[in-house]
Design a binder for this molecule. Structure first.
Ligand code: GLP
Length: 261
């Protein structure tokens, strides 16, 4: 697993955008896998990466015309037009500002009448396009990726899950700090869905994520820290801000700084 440490959030975001652009620009189409396919996250962390990619798109450095996307997750029971739905987030912060064909955008429907079918169909749709080239993610304070909370099988697939109290508290900042407004369930890709991608890139920003980053890099593989599944992936990258490294050993920090930054 690669750990790239960047001094600031802006540097972290730019590095992430450069990696996404290079995956798109170096993509080689085959009949089974005709378009570069990305897995994408929501959250405050990837916002800087999306801004940088919008700029690169406007400058002609990358095009999304032949890119397919699958988002990680969505709340259950929240109207798609609600300002905090992950549909709204993605279109407002990214898709409406780039040259992507909207029919290539996939986001789980948290209002589907049959959520199990919705999740199984999502897995099938990913397989049908030939899999995901790069899955980008953020991380929860408790080490969750997408909405795979601690205790999720490291082999889990797309499914409906219950959010933990910790995550409801963390996400209440988007719902006027009113816990009762935060949806209690979500549909999410599984950890196995993420690690099936050719490459996985997780962005970790800020001191609040320091404990999770310590487990991701220095801890053992454990379902109690879902992000540790990356240790078993043969092309995984974590891009972390310096303050997210506050719980790493000085030796570990220096080692990765020398190697990759
Ligand atoms: C939510 C999302 C995750 C995201 C996490 C952290 O729980 N489901 O995909 O990684 O929030 O978000 P932030 O980047 O705002 O800290």
């Amino acid at each position: 697993m690669e750990l790239i440490i960047k001094e600031t959030y802006d540097q972290l975001s730019l590095k992430a955008a450069e990696i996404v652009a290079s995956v798109i620009n170096n993509f080689v189409a085959t009949p089974e896998h005709p378009k570069c396919t990305l897995g994408l996250p929501t959250g405050s962390t990837p916002l800087g990466m999306y801004k940088a990619l919008i700029k690169m798109n406007q400058q002609g450095k990358v095009s999304f015309k032949n890119v397919i996307t699958f988002n990680m997750d969505e709340y259950v029971g929240l109207d798609v037009n609600h300002p905090e739905s992950y549909h709204s987030f993605m279109f407002n912060n990214f898709f409406n500002h780039i040259d992507i064909d909207k029919s290539n955008v996939h986001i789980l429907n948290g209002n589907a009448p049959d959520l199990e079918k919705e999740c199984n169909d999502y897995e099938k749709a990913i397989k049908e396009v030939g899999g995901i080239d790069l899955f980008v993610g953020g991380i929860g304070n408790d080490g969750h990726i997408a909405f795979n909370e601690p205790g999720s099988s490291l082999n889990s697939r797309t499914r409906c899950v219950k959010l933990t109290h910790d995550t409801i508290i963390a996400n209440s900042r988007f719902f006027d700090f009113d816990l009762s407004k935060v949806p209690v369930r979500a549909v999410t890709v599984g950890i196995g869905t993420v690690t099936d991608a050719q490459r996985v890139m997780i962005l970790v920003n800020g001191h609040a994520k320091a404990r999770a980053l310590h487990h991701a890099v220095e801890g053992g593989v454990s379902q109690m820290w879902p992000v540790t599944a990356l240790q078993l992936h043969n092309h995984s990258t974590i891009i972390a801000s310096e303050d997210a490294c506050d719980e790493l050993k000085v030796g570990t920090f220096r080692y990765y700084l020398d190697l990759n930054s």
